[in-house]
Design a protein. Structure first.
Length: 364
């Protein structure tokens, strides 16, 4: 006879249906980690996709932006040509940067940027004015938006060739002015006369980028709540007051962005003077001069130094513009209260805290 507890011992090691408890424990135990299995899992695939979308753009940014920029900064300290071998490059230190500030053509080119800055201000003012009108119901508004935006879709080189023939003596522009009663002999040479040729080039740049600014402004203005206009009209506000106190504060981000892009773009103008006049007649901008020094004169080190200086100028101009707009839109920093109201509230809070402390000292 078997002992009485022997059957019970067998039952304790076996579960229902004769399944061993050791087998159940093995099933519950975690499987060893495998990269192949993890990569096939849903969580693994999500992680791989996220990392890929992060890594690939960062890699492209590093390879095509930061790495060339680092090489350019390195070249700026050498006297070299494109074909100069690395072992024959002459290290000159800060001489290239000193040469940039001593060259007259560099400073005269930077002065020309003032023409393009003035043009960008006119461009933004007209774009904002027309965007404000076209944001509301107007006849043929969509057609007009399309006509004004179309030049931005054209290549800068093509725009340059268009205006090269447009301003040529006796061609399109002169013909239109003769229809209006002007005599050809009394008209200036739009591309040769140094008193007006830069203005002519700026006009071509304004024509090209005007539509882009207008469309950006329209998108921002149309996002403003229509109930704000209705409330302003009930309070007796006219259209200009609505623009000044509703539209302008509401689109301050887009205004700031457009101004920064336009001002920095005016510092790096290249297509109009290069294609239309090839930099002749005093129309060579900073980029045109830099292009000539780099590719015609083969002074790669000096051109690299010019590029670094221009980058620093653009960076400084961007910071100054940000500070200016922060001050200009100080009353639109908060949706609930103006800057002055917030300042007054903080002043009252400090005063109350000071009075409370004095009361506590008096009670003690």
């Amino acid at each position: 006879m078997h002992p009485a507890g022997s059957g019970g011992g067998n039952l304790s090691k076996e579960g229902h249906g004769g399944i061993s408890m050791d087998a159940v424990t093995m099933k519950k135990a975690k499987k060893p980690f495998s990269i192949k299995n993890w990569a096939k899992s849903r969580k693994g695939q999500q992680t791989i996709i996220i990392l890929a979308f992060m890594f690939i753009p960062l890699l492209l940014l590093f390879v095509f932006t930061y790495l060339p920029f680092g090489e350019m900064v390195k070249f700026s300290f050498y006297k070299m040509k494109y074909a100069t071998p690395p072992d024959k490059r002459v290290f000159v230190g800060w001489d290239n940067y000193i040469d940039v500030f001593n060259r007259k053509d560099c400073f005269s080119a930077l002065k020309l940027s003032l023409y393009y800055m003035a043009g960008s201000i006119v461009q933004l003012a007209l774009a904002l004015y027309l965007a404000t009108i076209l944001s509301f119901k107007t006849k043929c508004g969509n057609m007009f938006k399309g006509f004004m935006f179309f030049p931005y879709l054209i290549s800068g080189i093509a725009v340059g060739f268009i205006f090269k023939f447009f301003y040529t003596r006796g061609f399109v522009f002169d013909t239109v002015l003769q229809w209006c009663g002007f005599q050809l002999d009394n008209l200036p040479y739009w591309l040769k006369d140094k008193s007006i040729n830069n203005i002519s080039l700026v006009a071509s740049s304004v024509w090209r980028y005007f539509g882009q600014n207008m469309v950006l402004f329209i998108g921002a203005i149309m996002s403003v709540d229509a109930e704000m206009y209705e409330a302003a009209e009930l309070d007796g506000a006219n259209k200009f007051q609505q623009f000044l106190h509703i539209i302008l504060p509401s689109i301050k981000t887009i205004v700031t962005l457009n101004v920064i892009l336009s001002i920095t773009g005016s510092l790096s103008a290249f297509d109009p003077p290069y294609v239309i006049t090839n930099g002749g007649g005093g129309t060579a901008t900073y980029f045109v001069v830099m292009n000539k020094i780099a590719h015609t004169n083969q002074k790669v080190g000096l051109a690299s130094a010019m590029a670094v200086v221009l980058l620093l100028i653009i960076f400084a101009a961007t910071i100054l513009q940000k500070l200016f707009f922060k001050f200009a839109f100080r009353n639109a920093e908060s949706d609930d209260e103006t800057y002055d109201a917030k300042k007054q509230r903080k002043k009252l809070e400090k005063q109350r805290k000071k009075e409370y402390r004095l009361k506590q000292k008096g009670a003690m």
